[in-house]
Design a protein around this ligand. Sequence first.
Ligand code: DON
Length: 568
Amino acid sequence: MKLYKLNIFIVILSSQLIASQPIIYGDKGVVVAHSQAACDAGIEILKDGGNAVDAAVAVSYALAVTHPQAGNLGGGGFMLIQMADGRKAALDYREMAPGQAHRDMFLDDSGYVAEGKSIRGGLAVGVPGTVAGMQLALDKYGSMSRKKVLKPAIHLAQKGFEVPYDLAYSFGWLNQAAIDFDETRRIFCCNGELYMPGDLFKQKDLAKTLKLIQKKGNKGFYEGAVAEALLKSSTAHGGTISLEDMANYKALERVPVAGIYRGFDILSMPPPSSGGIALISMLNMMEAMSFDSLGWHSAQHIHRLTEVEKRAYADRSVWLGDPDFFEVPQNTLVSKAYAQLRMLDYDSLNATPSDSIYPLNDRDLQNIGVGGYESEETTHFSVVDQWGNAVSVTTTLNWSFGSYVTVEGYGFLLNNEMDDFSSKPGVPNSFGLIGNAANAIEPGKRMLSSMTPSIMSKDGKVVLVLGSPGGPTIITSVLQVIHNLVDYGMSLQEAVNAPRLHHQWQPDVIQYGPRSITEETAAELMQMGYQLQARSAFGEVNAISRDQIFGGWVGAPDYRIASHGSAY
Ligand code: DON
């Protein structure tokens, strides 16, 4: 038996016993993801000697089978990697606007945003990135063959799996919503017969596609029969993706964005995600504040969090976009000096109205003088292995079941990620997010994301892996879990389970999830000038932390939705 090594982080990361759910603990490896079958696929790979990246690729493909609302072949995502040997990488396999896309493609003749065009059907689809992303991950950081890592997903598609309750429910509403999408209803809704919880769901077409990818890699997806079928299905629903777009798609390796919060190193996703920059800039603003004497979710606590969130989201609206098309002032936005400047107008007693919080302007950026210019459904899963490698992945079709277009004969859905672009400056997208030139549509450009796969370390060792779905609420969900752990000493499961709040600058309201706020606190906040809006639970933070008592890993699935974990 190992000696217990007591240190300060025990309090922060190891008081797991308070959690009411069974504790997922593994000496060697843990996977936490939306679907149990996908977690098991990852553990199977780890047990077979694969590293966390091999397992992450297996989990990602398994989710494409068992969680078709968000797991995907026809979407994209981000993979953040921290290897035990010190290598760090941010893999960008975000979808890309097709060659024929243009700035005003979603405007009608009068210049208004045409309702629904960026959401359903072929025009909503960006060139998918997941298959290329998995190949890049495996080539550069994995250790296993495609044959091995795709095996569990192929098995799940071919032999089928028992439909969990939440999936049966989703298929039910898809059957009504996707009325004009015959192939989608054929594959996922038995042409209206509908799967019941516990029914076996087999996907022969999808198994065929997975086998082609297994055999040929990128060529099995971006060229040949699959690419041609994708083009045909997208075109039939009004899309413009071409074979050239497919052949041109590339997954990219980027440098992760890094920050420090109260002595912990934070690693997260750089642009084209806004997540990492916004997360680190919010943490920087919070570092100057003390939470010691503040009751959790007291009016003063919520006030501080909200003011920080408003400022970061105001900057997101102007300064964030695909860095290959727009110069994102990354160094400035993640600097401590910027955080100080940003909070100068913070009023400790009253809400600052969002209309008087402006995105940082060019002059402010120059005055700070640091760095200057530099060049509802998603899913998150976390993986760690016996060597201390950690992988944090968020992947998506954007909305649940994406554009509703299923590639005929190949069994997979296409994303509706084009809605994450700004269709018109200042006009909110379907998540209420406002964008401008930085995130305008251009051919070959990647749309801005909020996905925030993140990893926290201490002295070079991973202590926390996390991320979430939830559109704009992704960033604030990740922020609140880190904050609950570091500033409120919660156990990991408590930090994940804790009710959440969200403010995204515009609209100027605090959105509050179930049980997140008392009536008295709400009254106090309204007196300070806040507007409040109740909403359903949001975020699904699937996290893992290092256990300081026994030395292994503890997994914390977000039980508010329906997540799972496996360990060994
Ligand atoms: O990339 C993004 O920020 C969005 N496409 C994510 C969408 C999302 O999280 C929806 N789900 N809950």
